[in-house]
Design a protein around this ligand. Structure first.
Ligand code: AMP
Ligand code: ZN
Length: 110
């Protein structure tokens, strides 16, 4: 856990947030400023700053994020209509929370 990281605080339940999914390694919650009718954040519990900081031994975490994203898309009913999966990487890439997270965005034409 990184002391002043917002998503570490959410993961560690210091900031009450409804989880749509949780397992040993990952949580999923709704984006507080949704960019689309469905906008979820798929977040590893481990503090990793961004894709740039990923270590080889963390590869499995990335595949877990995508597998969970796929399942969440189905649960949210956007798997057939379609959706975007997005990592913003560092400031120039639009990242504002420096704890790795995968955006699941969709639901425009459900
Ligand atoms: P990024 O720009 O990729 O770093 O995305 C960070 C996202 O976190 C933004 O879309 C924010 O709307 C979202 N966000 C910030 N604070 C919270 C929060 N407390 N709960 C849920 N989502 C949040
Ligand atoms: Zn963190």
């Amino acid at each position: 856990m990184s002391g002043n990281c917002l998503f570490c605080q959410i993961v560690n339940k210091k900031i009450p947030t409804e989880f749509l999914y949780e397992d040993e390694n990952v949580v999923v919650f709704k984006d507080i400023h949704p960019a689309a009718p469905v906008h979820l954040l798929i977040v590893p519990k481990k503090h990793i700053r961004s894709i740039n900081d990923l270590q080889k031994e963390e590869s499995l975490i990335i595949s877990e994020l995508f597998m969970i994203a796929k399942d969440m898309a189905k649960k949210q009913g956007v798997n057939e209509s379609g959706y975007k999966l997005l990592f913003n990487v560092e400031k120039g890439g639009g990242q504002v929370i420096f704890h790795l997270h995968l955006h699941l965005i969709g639901g425009w034409n459900k």
